[in-house]
Design a protein around this ligand. Structure first.
Ligand SMILES: NC(=O)c1ccc[n+]([C@@H]2O[C@H](COP(=O)([O-])OP(=O)(O)OC[C@H]3O[C@@H](n4cnc5c(N)ncnc54)[C@H](OP(=O)(O)O)[C@@H]3O)[C@@H](O)[C@H]2O)c1
Length: 316
């Protein structure tokens, strides 16, 4: 492989992490396990930086980016998305050493555009978003897992950035998915749909079960087998639509009417979500070939009318 101004020699890499939260903590520990040197930890509060510094025996930590040692050649900004651009601008103003410096963020929605002031100074910029979900509660457990055995949406300012990103992702045990800058938002919408909204849907299911007297934990025990089997079916199926079952897939308008009427009396606030998902499910069922045009339009008509009627109902 072509020499990449020192980035290909991971022994030479000195990594500073800005943002010692959920992902910052996991990344720091995983890179540390892989033998990378973490030379500095910065966070909004000293407590977060100190906690992680204690775990990894990092001597330089605090809240000011001016603490970042001059010989740092890789900076990970793992803060909330809304402050990444501001931190990059600050680094561009205060840092004097831009040679052999790369900077990366892990946001699904942002591109390397937020690093423009640094790129203009010759810094290599990367955006490497793990298509994975991390929760603070699972810190220690996650370390023993292949949590990064996932795709990383990679976008970079230049070829050097792509090569560095590929190497870092492979070191973490991940796989690379190239995401063009202009597709980043759509890419992130897909992540939100499959991950966040699965949680929201499960929450809605649990809300309904709470009216049957079940706690969220008990409700999830009931949901788990059907959810796991759905994932198993998805894994073994060539097409997602093949896995679809249920009243919409069977074209059962009578059951759909029963659902909508029960929601109207018991939980009217769930009608928009239920009807919207049902309409999307009609599209999936058409792709599966389960619904003919007449059945599909009958269901869509029923759902559309319910939504229109619901929108006219005054808020309580
Ligand atoms: N969590 C996920 O599932 C996930 C998945 C993929 C990508 N990501 C990406 O990972 C990044 C971080 O997300 P996260 O979930 O780890 O967030 P998080 O748990 O809220 O952690 C963010 C950390 O950033 C620190 N911070 C906030 N403002 C700062 C500032 N101005 N300067 C320095 N540090 C600052 C906070 O410090 P204090 O603790 O000191 O307050 C906090 O610890 C985001 O770009 C997100 O899009 C997250």
């Amino acid at each position: 492989m072509e020499t990449l101004t020192g980035f290909d020699q991971h022994d030479n890499l000195k990594i500073t992490i800005i943002g010692c939260g959920t992902l910052g903590t996991i990344l720091a520990q995983k890179f540390n396990q892989q033998g990378f040197e973490i030379n500095c930890l910065i966070s909004r509060t000293n407590a977060s930086a100190e906690k992680l510094a204690g775990l990894l025996h990092v001597k330089t930590f605090g809240t000011e980016t001016s603490l970042i040692p001059d010989n740092t050649n890789l900076i990970f900004i793992v803060t909330p998305d809304r402050v990444i651009e501001e931190i990059a601008g600050q680094l561009a103003k205060e840092r004097l050493f831009f040679n052999q410096l790369a900077v990366a963020h892990f946001s699904g929605a942002l591109t390397t555009d937020v690093f423009d002031p640094l790129i203009q100074k010759g810094v290599v910029a990367l955006s490497m978003h793990p298509f994975q979900t991390f929760s603070p509660a699972s810190d220690s457990k996650t370390l023993s897992q292949d949590i990064f055995d996932c795709y990383f949406g990679l976008q970079a300012s230049d070829t050097e950035g792509f090569d560095l990103g590929k190497q870092l992702i492979h070191k973490l045990g991940g796989k690379v998915m190239y995401v063009p800058k202009e597709s980043k938002t759509l890419y992130h919408i897909a992540a939100v749909l499959v991950s966040n909204y699965t949680v929201t849907l499960t929450h809605l299911g649990a809300e309904i079960f709470s009216s049957l007297g079940l706690s969220q934990k008990d409700a999830f025990q009931v949901f788990e087998p059907i959810m796991s089997q759905t994932f198993e079916n998805l894994k073994s199926s060539e097409y997602i639509h093949q896995v679809l079952t249920g009243p919409v897939e069977r074209g059962d308008s009578k059951i759909l009417k029963q659902h909508l009427s029960e929601l109207k009396t018991q939980m009217p606030h769930l009608i928009p979500a239920y009807a919207t998902f049902a309409m999307e499910t009609v599209r999936v069922a058409i792709q599966k070939g389960s619904l003919d045009p007449t059945q599909a339009s009958e269901l869509l008509h029923l759902l559309e009318n319910t939504l229109i009627e619901e929108s006219k109902t005054p808020l309580p």
